[in-house]
Design a protein. Structure first.
Length: 532
């Protein structure tokens, strides 16, 4: 199975913030706890062990009890059962990734996040055999942005689930997905792999009442054999452990000030999230609205629901499940209820985690190691051979299409399309004129400058026209180049952000996930190219 890679920094698809994080630039070092290396996990384990010990036994018991209830109707692998039981052990730690409940897993990077998490636990166990490490997929069941998750792309077509949703998506009924499956089935065609995909969709979504249960079934079907543990934290028992932090947020609103101060340190970059005064939502089955504080009253935004301070604190004590953390508070909730060492996410996620370290310090909760998930480009053997035939390397294919076409036009031309050498000759000639001009009247110097500008611009225009003419002459081969790039980078974007796994499963079947698990190395910080 041929593989290749390029660095994240050279791929052209990562932000300057992520590039600087990967390069361990000094201006960012105060914003994270430890950089993700195998050796750095030793100190992280020791710190988390001490930090999690307060009520740690009770927290672990609640976590295990909750997971056992959530898995009660799911056929689980022996490894997953062992991992759940192991969480009772004070020597067991987690590695966590989180993801939205995208329909049928959404884009490919859903797989890469989870595989990064599974593979890191394997590496940690080999390095630190006296401890146990459990891979956790934290389902974003409390999100309410249904428009972000109600579709997936398959063979260039968008398959959308048309439904109304106003509350937390995990509680959303799966009603209506039978009709969706009928439309999707027509595109799958008839083959053994198509039948497997149909059954997987049917078992996941038509045999479960809500989106949380459906997504748990799907993720377990794909990754249960590797011991993945899937957690739905929209749970009263788990949130009971988080009550002191919610109370602090309601009364002191401390996250707002602390995160704003940290965001100031990131002002040279694009700040990922901005904190609210209160970073909590009020939720019911069909409602998730921000909690705001106005005129000494707590309100659920856009509703008539309101509470005095005493009423909202009573509600918190009796019904903690009514309170939902937003993007600022969710990471803290995760680290309070899990014996977690590392969070694995995409560039956008790591960017907002970097805003949170001072908030964690104030809350006296250990800040996890932050690891950028694996990124992958999948190519078929046919596509790899086509690239070789067109004399394209992977760096070429990762470049922006306009740059790729221009570069290849220059390479394929029988003569220089780049007129830089003529521009240099022109500069040299004008330098002689400047030497003369400096010895005579100033008005002549102005005339020389004007003439240089005019002739340089003329050469640049000729260069553009020459390049355009060569593009027309080489249009056949350039079209083959762009067609290949468009196959690998749909919509001139990363494949992993566009394409659903079923497109590759249809062709490569049950070998797809084992191949990825075998190839991906989460700590290598490389963009993998895997030829299937």
């Amino acid at each position: 199975m041929p593989t290749d890679c390029i660095s994240y920094q050279n791929s052209g698809y990562f932000s300057s913030l992520m590039n600087d994080y990967l390069e361990k630039k000094t201006n960012l070092q105060s914003l994270y706890n430890r950089f993700p290396t195998l050796e750095n996990f030793e100190a992280q384990i020791q710190e988390k062990q001490v930090n999690f010990n307060e009520n740690g036994t009770l927290k672990r018991q609640i976590l295990v009890s909750t997971l056992e209830k959530q898995y009660s109707k799911v056929e689980t692998s022996i490894l997953t059962k062992q991992n759940i039981e192991a969480l009772n052990n004070p020597n067991t730690f987690t590695v966590t990734t989180g993801h939205q409940l995208n329909l049928f897993s959404g884009p490919l990077y859903f797989l890469y996040k989870i595989i990064s998490t599974i593979n890191l636990t394997t590496e940690l166990k080999a390095k630190y055999p006296t401890y146990n490490f459990v891979p956790i997929y934290w389902m974003a069941t409390e999100d309410h942005d249904f428009e972000e998750i109600n579709y997936f792309n398959f063979k260039g077509k968008k398959f959308r689930w048309n439904k109304e949703s106003t509350g937390p998506v995990g509680r959303l009924s799966t009603e209506g997905l039978a009709e969706f499956l009928e439309v999707y089935t027509l595109e799958l065609g008839s083959s053994a792999n198509a039948d497997t995909l149909k059954k997987l969709f049917e078992d996941s979504y038509l045999n479960h009442d809500n989106l949380a249960d459906a997504t748990r079934f799907l993720a377990n079907a794909l990754f249960g054999a590797y011991g993945l543990v899937i957690l739905d934290a929209d749970n009263a028992d788990l949130k009971r452990n988080f009550i002191p932090f919610v109370k602090e947020e309601l009364l002191q609103k401390s996250s707002h000030k602390l995160v704003l101060e940290t965001a100031e340190k990131l002002k040279e970059y694009t700040v990922q999230v901005n904190p609210r005064e209160i970073n909590l939502f009020y939720i019911e089955d069909d409602l998730r609205e921000r909690i705001i504080f106005e005129n000494d009253t707590y309100k659920a935004n856009h509703t008539k629901i309101e509470f005095s301070e005493t009423e909202i604190l009573n509600l918190l004590e009796n019904h903690p499940e009514k309170f939902s953390p937003n993007v600022i508070m969710r990471p803290l909730y995760q680290e309070v209820i899990l014996p977690n060492l590392c969070y694995i996410g995409g560039g956008g996620e790591i960017a907002y985690w970097l805003e949170l370290k001072s908030f964690f310090a104030a809350a006296k909760v250990t800040f996890p190691i932050l690891l950028l998930r694996n990124s992958v480009l999948l190519a078929t053997e046919k596509q790899a051979k086509k690239a070789d035939k067109l004399d394209l390397n992977w760096e070429d294919l990762f470049s922006k299409q306009a740059n790729l076409v221009s570069t290849k036009t220059k390479e394929l031309s029988d003569f220089p399309v780049d007129l830089t050498h003529l521009k240099k000759q022109l500069q040299k000639q004008f330098q002689e004129l400047y030497d003369v001009a400096n010895k005579t009247d100033e008005s002549f110097l102005g005339a020389v400058k004007a003439q240089e500008t005019k002739q340089t611009k003329g050469l640049e225009n000729l260069e553009k026209r020459l390049l355009k003419a060569q593009k027309r002459k080489l249009s056949d081969i350039l079209q083959r180049i762009t067609e290949l790039q468009n196959e690998l980078f749909p919509n001139q974007s990363l494949q992993e952000r566009q394409t659903n796994f079923s497109e590759f499963y249809l062709e490569f079947g049950e070998n797809l996930i084992p191949t990825l698990v075998k190839q991906l190395k989460p700590l290598d910080n490389k963009f993998d190219i895997i030829v299937l």
